[in-house]
Ligand binder design. Sequence first.
Ligand code: HEM
Ligand SMILES: *[C@@H]1O[C@H](CO)[C@@H](O)[C@H](O)[C@H]1NC(C)=O
Length: 506
Amino acid sequence: MQNGLLVVLAATPVWILGVCLYRLYFSPLAKFPGPKLAALTGWVETYYDVYKGGQFFFKLKEWHAHYGPIVRINPWEVHISDPDAADIVFAGNSQFNKKIEWSYRFGIPQSAFDTVDHHLHKSRRAALSPFFSKQKIAGIADLIANRAQRLCDRLDNEYKHSGKPVIMDNAFTAYTFDLITTYVFARSDDYLEHPTFCGPFTTAAKSIANTVHMTGHFPWLFTFLQSLPKKWLAASNPHMGEMFTFHEAVENQVKVIKSGDNDAHKHVSHKTVFNELINSNLPAEEKTVERLRQEGVSVVTGGIETTSTALTKTLFYILNNPAVRDRVCAELQTVFPGPRQTPPLHVLESLPYLSAVINESLRMILGFSQRIIRTSPRAPVVYKDWVIPPGAYFSMTIYFSNFDAQIWEAPHEFRPERWLDDESGRKPRALNGEPLAKYLLTFGRGPRMCVGMNLARAEIIIGLAVVLRRCNMELFETGMEAVEMKSDYFIPMVDKESNGVRVIVK
Ligand code: HEM
Ligand SMILES: *[C@@H]1O[C@H](CO)[C@@H](O)[C@H](O)[C@H]1NC(C)=O
C-alpha cells in the first residue's frame, strides 16, 4: 500500500514532465507559433475566460498581432485570423465536426447547433431548415409587421411626449421573444404587453450566456447541476436557476404538443416546429421529448438575444448618425402608404439604403463574439503553408473578419455607404478587390450557417422600418458604452454599468 503511494508520488512529476515535453516538442501542433504557456496548458484560456470574465477574445487579438495569422492558442487548437480562411473553415462542402467539450455547455448536446458529428448534424438540420426557409418566413411577414406596429402603439400611447426614456433592449427583446415563441410553439407569452416590456425570461439568454465559460471549461458541470434540486441552484446562482426554469418551460411545450393538448397551430396558419420535426423523416429516437426539448431551447434562445441586440444596436447607430437617420427615414417615406400600413417585405428588401444600413450594422454587431471551432476527423486541413493535422481543433472569430483592416476601410466606423453600388452600378468591393458581401461573416457560413438567418433578417428589416417610420426618437443619455463589446460570453457583452440603449419618443 505504502509502496504503491510512493510509486504514484514519484511517477506524478515524471508524468507531468512527459505531458509538457509532448505538448511543447512532439505534439503535431508543436510547430505552430504562439505563446509557450498557452501551448503547455488550457488553463491560460480558463484564466482569461472564467477568472477574468470573457477576456480571452482580447488575448487572441494580441497574439495575432504578435505571431501572425495562425496561432496555437491552447494545447489542442490553432486559431486563424484571415478573412480568406473562411473559405476553408466554413467551406460549403466541408465535413468538419464541432468541439465535443463545448457541446455540453448549454445542456443541449442533441440540438442541431451543438451536434458534434457532421453527418448527424446534417440529418437534424435537414429536418429543421425547411421551417425557416425564405418562403416560409415571407409567409409570416404580416405577423412580424403586426408585432412591430404593436410595439409602436405602445411607444405612442405610453412614451410619446412624456420625456420618459424607454429601454429599447427590452422592447426589442419582447418583440423577438414574442415572434420566435409564436412561430416555433404557436403560442406567445405576449411580452410586448408587459408593463416595461420585461417578462420572466427577458434576460434568460443573457443568463445562459453568463454561465457559458464555466460550463464550457468544465463540461461535466452542466449535467451535475441539472441533477441538483432546483431550489438549491436558484439560491446559489440565479442565472442557473433562471436557465433551468426556461428549459422546463420548453419541455412542457413539447409535452403538450406531443400529447395533442396544444392544437393552437390549427388556429394559426402554420404548424409548430415540433409538429414539423415529429412529422419529418427523422428516426423515432430523434423524436423523443428530450431531444425535442433541446432543439426547442436551441432555436428559441438562438433567436431572441442575437436578433434583439442587432435591432437595438442598429437603432443606436442610426440615431447616433443624424445624416444616416435622415436618409433612411426619407427612403422609408416613399414606400409606406401610411405610417400604420407596413409595405410588403420584398418592397422593404428592395430599398438600397436601408439594406446598406442593415448590412453595415450586421457587420458591426457580431451576434456571436466567441470563436467558432471545427475539427477534421480524418483528413488534414491545409491553410497556406500550414498543415493542421486531423483531430486538432481549428477556429475563426467572426469579429476578426468583420473588422479586418485589409478588407474594410475604417472598419470601426459605421459607414452604410460602403455597401452601395457606385455610379456605374458596380457592386461594392473590399479593399482587396473582392466582392464586399463575401466578407460579412455575421451568420457564419457553410453547413453550420445560421438556420434562422431569414427570420432574423425579416425581423430586423420590418422592425426597423416600422419603428423609424412611426416614431420620432432621440437617444437618451446613451453613448458608445451601450454598444461596445467589453467582454465575450459567446455573445458580446457591453459595459456592466451601461443602462442599455435608451430613447425618448418625441
Ligand atoms: C442577427 C441574428 C443572428 C445571428 C447574428 C446569428 C448567428 C449565428 C451563427 C454565426 C451561427 C453559426 C454557429 C456555428 O457555426 O457554430 C448560427 C447558428 C444557428 N442559429 Fe443563428 N443567428 C441569428 C439569429 C437566429 C435566429 C432568429 C434563430 C432562430 C431560428 C437562430 C437559430 C440558429 C440555429 C438553430 C443555429 C444552428 C444551426 C446549425 O448548426 O445547423 N439564429 N447563428
Ligand atoms: C448584404 O449582405 C448580403 C449577404 O452578405 C448580400 O447578399 C447583399 O447583397 C448585401 N446587400 C447590400 C446592399 O450590399
